[in-house]
Every structure is written in structure tokens, then in C-alpha cells.
Design a protein around this ligand. Structure first.
Ligand code: 2HG
Ligand code: ZN
Length: 438
């Protein structure tokens, strides 16, 4: 177990993001095992004015998890211990470097699951998930990490440890400081441990995959679905036909239903399989949709592996937008019309049930002129609808200059004041999240 990594080749994978679109040139990776070691590292770096890039599983999509220059990389890879799990309350306490999928496996053995699930589960760390406030595929059912994370332990820029690792459902004693660190992308402190509320593993899970002939039909089906499935609905995801083409072409998966302009994946999670199946079948009848219902693994991979399939196209420009659900797909249509043949593909998919669109534009390789055609158009479009330019991926390095499209000036100034208070020397994940001075 190497706790200090140096040497150009060894450090390389830590310097580049998963998309291979951002690259730093750090020469040092430190892998502490304990909170005390994280404290030691930060105390030293603070004293010597050394910049630090906290890194979890390095699966982020906005360049937040890799250094911009030669920041010291502080990896949570060796902080992977489960501290406790209470089977009565369902509260898990663990170190920040636990891999999401490992946690889920551990919990499943005890009849529970993690309240979040995402495509990168095999490598992402829970600390990174919390620092990003990652949303994922179960948010519709179990809510965001702002609700399920009950406590955090954080090491601040000067090395002092802040113990807010409580495991209480209710706690109104003063300001809820942990919320400041959730979604702060490692710019305010390094999350070292997490206390999280986990739901019971549902006894019956069903997945249905439907083809829809228009986006209006996708919306109508969502309304019907909420009315008829009620409390057992656990995911409502959509993808357009372009996504399906890309998944079929690059991953050799095939659509389980007839070719359609749109596809919808619906998951139900409940406690009574007969009851759930009856509800699902009644819904399918009502929606007059020819759908396929199975236990889900194959259907989920069609949706979860879109990101992976898109990387085979060449360069991918990624947008993670929150919008009023009725307008969600108009952005894709407008972008497609705007870009014409200058883009290889313009695809839309995402967490429809959460009002979250993933708009991805692909091209053979990166081009500045294509970027100029997309941005700031995409952000202006989003701002006009009072949407968010980052629903669940964060701002990181790539989106930080666009924060003003979703936040008023006063809010950004207040954020900068928090940053200055908690990290006066600016050593924590510099050049990320907040805009640099003009
Ligand atoms: O690659 C993307 O743009 C989205 C990734 C992820 O948030 C998903 O929902 O699949
Ligand atoms: Zn997503």
C-alpha cells in the first residue's frame, strides 16, 4: 500500500480526468489512511502555502477532481473503512474513500441499500459523491444527499478537524454546517467521513422499458405513471433515439422494444411483488405502451452506459441542466438546429423525473469554433427558463465561469466570502467552483 506516489508515470492517472479532457501536472499524490493524517497534510500545506487537490474516485465530469497545475493530490483511496452500521436506524458511518458499489454490496447483505446509485458506482468514492452532491438514478425515490447525509467529518484548510458526524434524523441546534460542504467540491474542506441514512432493500424491483412516439408522450406517460404507481415508482429515465443508436453502435447492446423517437425506463421498488406487478401492468395498459418488463439489469445498462458509449464518438461536450420538465427537450431540438452538421451528434437523455437533462454534443475531435457555437448559447437558454447550468455534476473547472447564469451576483459574492473565511490562503482545490476574478 503506497501512501506516497511520486514519479511521472505513477502520478499520471491522478492528473487526468475520466473523460481525458483536463490534465494537471502534479508531481505528488498523498494517500492518507486516517483523519489525523489528512489533518497533518493540510496543516503542513497551509503553513507552507501549498495548494491541494482533494480526489476521490476521479470520476467527475467537470474537471473538478484533477489538479489544474501542480497541486498536491490528496487521494481518499486508502480511507475505505466502514465505521459502523445500525440495522435498526439504517444509518451507515464510513470513511470518505469507500467505493459506492462496495458500500451497496455490504448493505445488501444486511437487507439495506445506499440511497444513491450512479453509473460510476464501481469506482466513485462516497466522499467525492457528497462533495459533488451527486444526484444519480435513485434521487426521485430517496431524495438528494442534502437529505440523506446526516453528518460529516471534515478537515478544514488549516488542518483542524470539524466533527459534525452526528447520526440524528432531527437536529436543529444552530446552523447546519454540513450543508456547506455538501456540493462544495472540495473547495471548503476535505470530507473524511460520512454518516448516511440508508433505505431497506426493496423486496420487489421491476423495470419497464417503453418506446414513446414523441416527447409529449414521454411527459404524459410520466404523469400517468406517477398517478398509477405512486409510492413504488423509483426511477423515471428517458433517452432519445440518437442515444439508442450510439449505445447500439458502440456497445453492441440492442433495443428491447421497436424503434421509437424516445425511450423511457421506469423502475418500481416495493415490498410486494404481486401487488407491484399488478400496478405496473395496469399502468402499461393505461399508457397503451408496448413495453418490456424484466428484472432490469440489461435494461439499466442501456441507460447507464450512455456516457461510456458517447466517449467512443470522439470528443464530448457535456451539459447537465435542470429545467422545467415541459421545456426539457426543446433545448436539445434548438441545439440540434443551431449546430447542424458541425456536430456529429446532439443527444438528450437523463433523469426526467427530476427535471434533469443531459445534453451531450459529440464531434470527432475538440474544436474551439464548435464550443463557441454551443456556449454561451446553452447557458443563456437555460437562464431564460430559470434553470440550472449544473444539476448534479457540479461546476468544477469547466463550468465555474458560468455560475452567474444560475446564481445572482450577491449569492456568488457571499460564496466567495465563505471561501475566504474557511480557506483564507486559497489552498483547497483552487481554480474550481467559484469564478476567478475578471
Ligand atoms: O455523461 C453525462 O453527461 C451524464 C452522466 C450521468 O449523470 C448519467 O446520468 O448518466
Ligand atoms: Zn445523471
Amino acid at each position: 500500500m503506497e501512501m506516497v506516489v511520486t514519479g511521472q508515470e505513477e502520478v499520471k492517472p491522478f492528473n487526468v480526468d475520466w473523460l481525458k479532457s483536463v490534465r494537471g501536472c502534479s508531481q505528488l499524490v498523498l494517500k492518507p489512511q486516517t483523519t489525523a493524517e489528512v489533518s497533518q497534510v493540510l496543516r503542513y500545506c497551509h503553513e507552507k502555502n501549498l495548494a491541494v487537490n482533494p480526489q476521490g474516485g476521479n470520476t467527475g465530469l467537470v474537471g473538478g477532481s484533477v489538479p489544474v497545475f501542480d497541486e498536491i493530490i490528496l487521494s481518499t483511496a486508502l480511507m475505505n473503512q466502514i465505521i459502523s452500521f445500525d440495522k435498526v436506524s439504517g444509518i451507515l458511518v464510513c470513511q470518505a474513500g469507500c467505493v459506492l458499489e462496495r458500500l451497496n454490496e455490504y448493505l445488501e447483505e444486511q437487507g439495506f441499500i445506499m440511497p444513491l446509485d450512479l453509473g460510476a458506482k464501481g469506482s466513485c468514492h462516497i466522499g467525492g459523491n457528497v462533495a459533488t452532491n451527486a444526484g444519480g438514478l435513485r434521487l426521485l425515490r430517496y431524495g438528494s444527499l442534502r437529505g440523506t447525509v446526516l453528518g460529516l467529518e471534515v478537515v478544514l484548510a488549516d488542518g483542524s478537524a470539524l466533527n459534525c458526524l452526528t447520526s440524528l434524523r432531527k437536529d436543529n441546534t444552530g446552523y447546519d454546517l454540513k450543508q456547506l460542504f455538501i456540493g462544495s467540491e472540495g473547495t471548503l474542506g476535505v470530507i473524511t467521513a460520512v454518516s448516511i441514512l440508508c433505505p431497506q432493500k426493496p423486496k420487489a424491483v421491476n423495470v419497464a422499458f417503453l418506446g414513446c412516439r414523441s416527447f409529449a408522450k414521454v411527459l404524459e406517460t410520466f404523469t400517468t405513471c406517477r398517478a398509477m404507481l405512486g409510492e413504488i415508482l423509483s426511477a423515471y429515465e428517458f433517452m432519445d433515439e440518437k442515444c439508442m443508436e450510439v449505445v447500439e453502435r458502440h456497445l453492441k447492446l440492442s433495443s428491447p422494444v421497436a424503434d421509437s423517437p424516445f425511450y423511457v425506463l421506469i423502475e418500481t421498488s416495493g415490498s410486494n411483488s404481486t401487488h407491484d406487478e399488478e400496478k405496473l401492468n395496469n399502468f402499461l395498459e393505461q399508457a397503451m405502451a408496448s413495453g418490456l418488463v424484466t428484472d432490469g439489469t440489461m435494461l439499466w445498462s442501456l441507460r447507464e452506459r450512455i456516457t461510456e458509449a458517447l466517449t467512443h464518438e470522439g470528443y464530448v461536450y457535456k451539459y447537465d441542466i435542470s429545467l422545467p420538465v415541459a421545456k426539457l427537450y426543446d433545448l436539445v431540438t434548438d441545439m440540434r438546429a443551431r449546430l447542424g452538421h458541425s456536430a456529429k451528434n446532439v443527444v438528450g437523455y437523463g433523469h426526467l423525473g427530476d427535471g434533469n437533462l443531459h445534453l451531450n454534443v459529440t464531434a470527432d475531435s475538440y474544436s474551439h469554433s464548435l464550443l463557441d457555437a454551443i456556449e454561451p448559447f446553452v447557458y443563456e437558454w437555460t437562464a431564460r427558463c430559470s434553470g440550472s447550468i449544473s444539476a448534479e455534476h457540479g461546476l468544477g473547472f469547466k463550468k465555474k465561469q458560468f455560475i452567474q447564469y444560475s446564481k445572482p451576483h450577491e449569492a456568488v459574492v457571499l460564496m466567495q466570502q465563505f471561501k475566504a473565511m474557511l480557506d483564507p490562503k486559497g489552498i483547497l482545490n483552487p481554480y474550481k467552483t467559484l469564478p476567478s476574478a475578471p
